[in-house]
Design a protein around this ligand. Structure first.
Ligand code: FEO
Ligand code: CA
Ligand code: CA
Length: 705
């Protein structure tokens, strides 16, 4: 069917990085074409020269301390990066959960890097293989019908695999290392590539809109290992009781935390403000040490219309989240209000407040039990990743993926109970319901040397100190003029008020369970230093930042609950030949070019893996890995690339180091493409379908090293 492929004529229409205009429209509602939502004039960067003290020595010392604690609470099971405790039978086999602690994290990665390319295929290193685990439309619930692109209904889509898979998690299930649960986010839909004959949103049938709504959300599905290899496939035998879809059509999510039940969350359909229907635009996420999945609701703004008709005092609160308050139907509107009036803010102004949260899904809970945790704040959540601090409190790190928005962390009131009993798990499931929410302020050591070119300052590093500014704990607000419920529901405004640091699109923020250090993927920000926008600072050191960078944060005393930290930039992305790039001082002739880091993950050896979104160097997106400790720190190598038009999402490396899972999101999403005239034929040779892929090493050796 490759004769149907329409390729090169479509490639010249990138608008931001290599992102096609089509991706900008469907994925983020053209966020980058709208004014920057953060118009606050908060003093975003303060030069604190830090009284001449060398923070680098502090970093080293605290890392050692953190190493012990990071592993203690949140060590992986034999298969995954977390250890779920007892669940309703037939839940995880406890024998499969023997802690498999990350090793040194400083070993060389031995795979031979693959070159940048523009192939419409999935490329892995020599000696590795890959297979498609599941793709859009595949049956999820046992008995679900086979996919028929010409006969799509909402009822079918509600039991089939959704569209545009993003975050991927693998959790163990009964028989030791032979079965697992795959949990996947479905971030958004591309109606142009989904429906035969699509022309405009206005021309869609109401049933097609319902299909699109059902294609959002999440999937839980049982996998089986293929013999003794690192390959996994969808399980086809047995009852598979955990298989389910969570959709925006009908799945209830209970609100927890201080804003639950507040007036800000009440609607006509939910007068108590306690239960939202559905989850939307779920981007990245994380696995908790108690075996649940966290998922971030990101660009939820694009699903709402009628922002022009709300009360004047509400408009700034919508606008700060990117919702138009001047047009009933923004040009990119999907007009879901045609099938569900709750998406019309003129009629239901609080409905938008019920999205933009971190949701927690317990894949082992046969009754559902999914929740939205208000204690973790409301913004365009990329995801959340959890570590157990050495004092037992649970810490979640989070990014707000928008140009000039902020980094956050949450510290639980209660402590993690590290045992596999049902009682302990019940307790741990409440940990994200109460705690303290902070926003980050990053201070500079060399502010007067930052010129926006990416030139390293004379002290040899982009680095500094930082403060976690307390926003709210329980019902106590620390932001003047805002109640606790307001701080949690309009968290961006709270960050503005306290002078948080404006970052270059903070996406995944993930602690290493080996060291306790935190890694932040800052994708890009071509508006940095342009016009009246903030100029480069030491934490965002390049103006017109096209390629992004990675920030490493080290909490003081190795205590993840600390309110102070140090930070540095180990990787400034781009073509290594570009003098503004930096790879922790490693020989740049030996590293792979990388652009637009999005998601980060760690393998069982503690190496850092980075996936990209929107490669602005002309290659397809991909997955990269580097040691992050020891002499190989900065030796970044490209492990795989995804097909044309796609983004690499949700990397998950099993801690047995046998399998790398990635989500291939929006293959063929290149302007001008359609279902009938696809720009990619992946994965089946006909029209493009998002899907999850597993990669493994043919000789059975460990991935990467
Ligand atoms: Fe959905 Fe921030 O990427
Ligand atoms: Ca992302
Ligand atoms: Ca991640």
């Amino acid at each position: 069917m490759s004769d149907r492929r329409r390729l090169l004529p479509l490639l010249g229409q990138a608008v931001h990085g290599s992102r096609s205009a089509m991706t900008c429209l469907y994925r983020c509602g053209n966020a980058c074409d709208h004014p920057v939502p953060n118009e606050s004039d908060n003093p975003y960067f303060t030069d604190v020269v830090n009284s001449g003290m060398s923070r680098r020595g502090v970093v080293r010392a605290s890392a050692v301390g953190a190493l012990v604690l990071g592993v203690g609470g949140a060590a992986g099971g034999a298969l995954l990066g977390a250890s779920p405790a007892a669940a309703t039978p037939p839940g995880p086999d406890l024998a499969a959960l023997t802690p498999s602690r990350p090793k040194s994290g400083n070993g060389a990665l031995t795979f031979k890097p693959i070159p940048p390319n523009r192939l419409d295929t999935f490329v892995v290193p020599n000696g590795y293989d890959h297979s498609v685990v599941i793709r859009w439309g595949d049956p999820v619930v046992p008995g679900a019908p086979a996919f028929d692109v010409n006969d799509q209904t909402a009822a079918k889509q509600s039991v089939q695999f959704g569209y545009n898979n993003d975050f991927v998690a693998i959790l163990p299930l009964h028989q030791h290392n032979k079965h697992a649960l795959l949990v996947v986010n479905h971030e958004y839909t591309n109606e142009n590539l989904m429906f035969p004959g699509f022309t405009t949103f206005d021309a869609m049938t109401l049933e097609q809109i319902r299909v699109a709504i059902a294609a959002h959300g999440m999937t839980v599905i049982e996998l089986a290992r293929v013999e003794q290899t690192g390959e996994w496939e969808v399980a086809t035998k047995g009852k598979r009781p955990y298989n389910r879809r969570l959709t925006a059509l009908e799945t209830p999510f209970a609100f927890t935390g201080p804003a639950a039940g507040s007036d800000l969350l009440k609607t006509a359909a939910d007068p108590k403000g306690r239960t939202a229907i559905g989850t939307l635009n779920n981007c990245a996420g994380g696995v908790t040490p108690w075996g649940t999945v966290l998922s971030g609701e990101e660009n939820f703004n694009q699903y709402f219309v009628g922002g022009d008709g709300v009360a004047d005092e509400v408009k700034p609160k919508l606008a700060r989240y990117g919702i138009s308050t001047t047009a009933r139907y923004p040009s990119d509107s999907r007009k879901w209000d045609r099938v569900d009036e709750r998406f019309d803010l003129t009629r239901h102004p609080n409905e938008a407040n019920r999205f933009g949260w971190i949701v927690e899904v317990d894949p082992y809970d046969l009754k559902g039990g999914q929740r939205k945790h208000t204690a973790l704040g409301r913004f365009k959540h990329e995801g959340a990743n959890v570590i157990v601090a050495k004092n037992g409190h649970v810490v979640a790190y989070m990014g707000d993926d928008e140009r000039f928005d902020y980094l956050y962390k949450f510290v639980s009131d209660k402590k993690f109970i590290d045992d596999n009993s049902t009682v302990a798990r019940k307790h741990n499931l409440t940990l994200l319901e109460s705690g303290t929410l902070y926003v980050a302020k990053l201070d500079s050591t060399s502010a007067d040397e930052i010129d926006g070119s990416g030139t390293l300052p004379s002290d040899g590093a982009f680095n500094g100190t930082g403060t976690w500014i307390k926003l709210v704990r329980g019902n106590t607000s620390y932001v003047p003029g805002m109640t606790a419920a307001e701080v949690l529901t309009f968290t961006r405004l709270a960050g503005d008020a306290v002078g948080a640091t404006k970052m270059d699109r903070p996406e995944d923020v993930e602690p290493s369970l080996l060291t306790g250090k935190i890694y932040v993927a800052l994708t890009n920000n071509t508006n940095r230093g342009v016009g009246s926008n903030p100029k480069a600072d030491e934490a965002n050191p390049r103006n017109a930042n096209r390629h992004g960078h990675i920030v490493e944060m080290v909490e003081d005393r190795g205590d993840n609950t600390s309110e102070t930290f140090t930070w540095s930039i180990p990787i400034v992305c781009g073509d290594p030949a570009d003098p503004s790039t930096y790879f922790a001082g490693y020989d740049k002739s030996k590293v792979s070019p990388i652009s637009c880091p999005d998601n980060v993950a760690f393998d069982g050896a503690g190496n850092l893996w980075i996936s990209t979104d929107g490669n602005a160097l002309g290659s397809n997106d991909g997955l990269f890995a580097t040691a992050i400790e020891g002499p190989e720190r900065g030796h970044l190598k490209q492990f795989l690339t995804v097909p044309l038009g796609a983004e690499t999402c949700g990397p998950f490396i099993t801690t047995d180091n046998q399998s790398v899972f990635v989500a291939v999101q929006h293959p063929g999403e290149i302007s001008g493409a359609s279902l009938e005239e696809p720009a990619s034929n992946w994965p089946d040779g006909d029209f493009a379908k998002p899907g999850v892929v597993v990669t493994w090493r043919l000789d059975g050796g460990p991935i990467g090293s």
